[in-house]
Design a protein around this ligand. Structure first.
Ligand SMILES: Cc1cc2nc3c(=O)[nH]c(=O)nc-3n(C[C@H](O)[C@H](O)[C@H](O)COP(=O)(O)OP(=O)(O)OC[C@H]3O[C@@H](n4cnc5c(N)ncnc54)[C@H](O)[C@@H]3O)c2cc1C
Length: 399
């Protein structure tokens, strides 16, 4: 069988890879970088993602390495808790009625380790895809390598190569949407916020400076807190990262004696975009290559992982069972529809709500959250949506 090419060894590329390996489909995974990226990005994993990984025996390891979070807070920066969301209400909807805090690079390490149990594939680091062409029987990727330019041939290429995807650019599809005027600043500290009444996950609304506060396991699994703030797009990174500026930000959020130990400081541009099509013949995209969104709600990577399971299921049927290639159009329709209906809508709404400047609208929003947590049926309906279960069900209903 011809090999499948995968561009990009991020969480989505590795998930595609393991799903192909388990089916005995040979592949070459081409990664531009020299190692798995470990910058602080996704840390939240939602119930349907855990359900999908459970089907391939990965979830127990993920849970063993992560932090299980049964509730999260929506807070007002000045007045404290607005609503405490109990994910336990989803107990009849999912075997995993919680969020799992686990950094995305650790998920990559877990998947990379599992791939060692399979043969018939290669993982090539420092192999950057620079262009892709296709003919009737396959694709050819042009690849920049330490030994100079090379070409790789495969039956299909799956672009899991992130927001600036070269595979997407080779497909000639639009990537419409918008970029927010501000960036997101992520600061990490070991300081423990839990004794001060914070949950492991907190969304903290404020008209001037909202923030989000999460605990992830951290490099030594002893816990690392991430504090996310909006940052002025015009300010140079060195000004934003300057020690006194960083201390002022985090002390402004939670005053404590002595300076914070700030382990990481990172800035991210934030966009809302969806590709106009996820397929052009033998070229396919998944994950950030296909859709990008702001991280409030912790949905982007999860959504890309759902793409990976959906696409490999369909590709497996085509390559192993002789199913019609039109299944790849079903992949496009299912995943692109829910990217627009759920991922984009929900994350845009999350950002509008957390930074709401109109006091009347903010009060209305807080009242709606309080009404949701006060009523078990409303809470379940709300959490089915924000815990990403509804999106998976909706995708499955599309032919
Ligand atoms: C601050 C922040 C917090 C976030 N938190 C969450 C969260 O809690 N939950 C969540 O679900 N999502 C979250 N996200 C989003 C999440 O990080 C992304 O959705 C996720 O990284 C997408 O995974 P991916 O594998 O599609 O792409 P990436 O992680 O971007 O991986 C792409 C890979 O492709 C490689 N590559 C790029 N170009 C090429 C090329 N031409 N050839 C070969 N290789 C190439 C890159 O080196 C990289 O390894 C967050 C994002 C940010 C910025």
């Amino acid at each position: 069988m011809d090999r499948v090419l995968i561009a990009g060894a991020g969480p989505v590329g590795f998930t595609v890879a393991l799903n192909l390996a388990r089916r005995g489909i040979p592949f070459t995974l081409l990664e531009g970088g020299d190692k798995i990226f470990d910058d602080p990005r996704a840390g939240t994993i939602h119930p349907p993602t855990l359900e999908m990984f459970a089907t391939i025996g990965v979830t127990d390891t993920m849970i063993a390495r992560g932090i299980v979070v049964g509730n999260y807070h929506y807070r007002d920066r000045k007045n404290g808790v607005v609503a405490d969301f109990d994910l336990g209400v989803l107990a009849n909807d999912t075997p995993f009625p919680f969020r799992l805090m686990l950094e995305q690079h650790k998920l990559c390490y877990i998947l990379h380790d599992l791939l060692k149990n399979y043969s018939g594939h290669e993982i090539l680091m420092e192999h950057r895809v620079t262009g892709v062409e296709q003919d009737a029987s396959g694709v050819v990727a042009q690849v920049e390598t330490p030994a100079g330019p090379k070409t790789y041939r495969g039956s299909y290429i799956i672009g899991c190569d992130g927001g600036r995807s070269q595979v997407r650019k080779s497909m000639n599809v639009d990537f419409d949407g918008f970029t927010y005027p501000e960036r997101f600043l992520v600061l990490s500290t070991r300081y423990d916020f839990q004794p001060h009444g914070y949950a492991i996950t907190n969304y903290i609304a404020d008209p001037e400076e909202w923030c989000a506060l999460f605990k992830v396991p951290g490099a030594d699994d002893r816990g690392m807190w991430r504090v996310v703030f909006p940052a002025d797009a015009a300010a140079p990174p060195e000004v934003i990262f300057e020690e006194s500026a960083v201390q002022a930000r985090i002390q402004g959020f939670h005053r404590k004696e002595g300076p914070y130990d700030v382990a990481h400081r990172n800035l991210y541009d934030v966009h809302q975009r969806v590709a106009s099509c996820y397929r052009n013949g033998r070229l396919l995209i998944a994950g950030d290559a296909a859709h990008i969104n702001n991280p409030l709600g912790g949905m982007g990577m999860n959504f890309g992982l759902h793409d990976a399971f959906s696409l490999t299921d369909k590709l497996g049927k085509i390559l192993l069972e002789g199913a019609n290639e039109s299944l790849l159009d079903v992949y496009d329709r299912q995943r692109r529809t829910v990217a627009r209906e759920y991922l984009q809508r929900q994350t845009i709404e999350n950002k509008n709500n957390i930074e709401q400047k109109d006091p009347a609208r903010q009060a209305e929003f807080y009242a709606s959250l309080r009404a949701i947590v006060a009523d078990r049926d409303k809470l379940r309906a709300y959490l089915l949506r924000v815990a990403m279960i509804e999106g998976v069900r909706r995708a499955a209903s599309i032919d």
